[in-house]
Ligand binder design. Structure first.
Ligand SMILES: Nc1ncnc2c1ncn2[C@@H]1O[C@H](COP(=O)(O)OP(=O)(O)OP(=O)(O)O)[C@@H](O)[C@H]1O
Length: 316
């Protein structure tokens, strides 16, 4: 198994009409919060449900904790919170957890301990005897996560755990995910909220139209050129067109008190010091150089658009 908790090899589930997910090969490192990203209908839920053995794969293989997917062993140490879950809302949080503990065959002593531990973990200790109908959406999400944790799973699948929540609820769930990671759990997270994924995930996989486009540490998936904002004065009729080997694109964004600010797209990181030397030689006075950071949304859009372009060229 190595250090990977989940490994798949060309795992495929095709429905009638060839929709679903196809030839997905991923490795999920132990102890990671792994972001599984893709536009609507990309095949994320299909892949997760195939991994969990809830639907039968068409071809390919996969293991969870070294055990083949669909086997009892692979399911034993897995927790799952589906996107659209609903619990009987006349139950109290404590009763719901007891029901889940019984399904996990915990004896009554184990049940008591586990229920109190989980209510504590999800911050509902004082609210466990209230009916779920009176819970806020954030509390409902947290009791849902508690249910997914009853069997003390090593791997937890969370499908869009924060998309229905307000910023406070999102923060609570994010902190809970971090707590779980600190306990050594591996979390497989399906989400559309890229700004959120960015703060809690290092590794991501991006899928589109049922196929994996790329996976890895998202900060290393950047293939977009370097961008800087530069503010300077002292060079008359400044133009970057004469430096095509360094500057791939330029746009003047403002002029203020004789200082010009430009947004520049450079070939690579090494072009920054070279450009600054070239401008100094021209007697330019530099006031600031701000490196534009790429966020996960930029990277996501880059890979999705790139795949669309490749397909477009192939279909011509
Ligand atoms: N039971 C099914 N029968 C036939 N087609 C299906 C079935 N379930 C999903 N699909 C199709 O498979 C594709 C992938 O769907 P899936 O629900 O896995 O995507 P998703 O990435 O989870 O989407 P979303 O983000 O909108 O939840 C879609 O085109 C969908 O219409």
């Amino acid at each position: 198994m190595g250090d990977y908790v989940i490994e798949t090899n060309q795992l495929t589930k095709l429905y009638v009409g060839n929709k679903g997910c196809q030839d997905i090969t991923i490795q999920v490192p132990k102890g990671n919060v792994y972001g599984f990203l893709g536009p609507n209908g990309a095949g994320k839920s299909t892949f997760v449900r195939t991994l969990l053995g809830l639907i039968q794969s068409t071809s390919g293989t996969g293991t969870i904790l070294g055990h083949p997917i669909s086997s009892l062993e692979s399911r034993k140490k897995v927790g799952y919170l589906p996107e659209l879950f609903r619990y009987p809302d006349w139950m109290t949080g404590r009763q719901l957890l007891r029901f889940h503990s019984e399904m996990c065959q915990l004896n009554s002593k184990q049940q008591k301990m586990r229920i109190e531990e989980l209510l504590d973990l999800v911050g509902l200790h004082n609210r466990g005897d209230e009916r779920i109908s009176g819970y806020s959406k954030g509390m409902q999400q947290r009791i849902g996560i508690a249910c997914a944790l009853v069997s003390d799973p090593e791997v937890i699948f969370l499908d869009e755990p924060t998309s229905a929540l307000d910023p406070i609820g999102r923060k609570e769930v994010r902190e809970l995910i971090r707590d779980l990671q600190m306990q050594g759990k591996t979390i497989f997270l399906n989400s559309h909220l890229l700004s959120e994924v960015e703060t809690i995930c290092n590794h991501v996989a991006i899928i589109n139209k049922g196929r994996l486009i790329v996976q890895g540490d998202w900060r290393e998936l950047s293939a977009i050129e370097t961008q800087i904002e530069i503010t300077l004065s002292g060079i008359e009729n400044l133009s970057f067109d004469a430096m095509p080997e360094l500057v791939l694109g330029s746009e003047k964004i403002r002029t203020e008190k004789g200082k010009e600010s430009w947004m520049l797209t450079l070939k690579d990181e090494e072009s920054i010091p070279e450009l600054i030397s070239a401008l100094t030689v021209k007697q330019g006075k530099l006031y600031q150089v701000i490196r534009q950071k790429q966020n996960l949304e930029d990277i996501f859009m880059y890979w999705i658009n790139r795949q669309e372009e490749v397909e477009h060229v192939a279909n011509r």
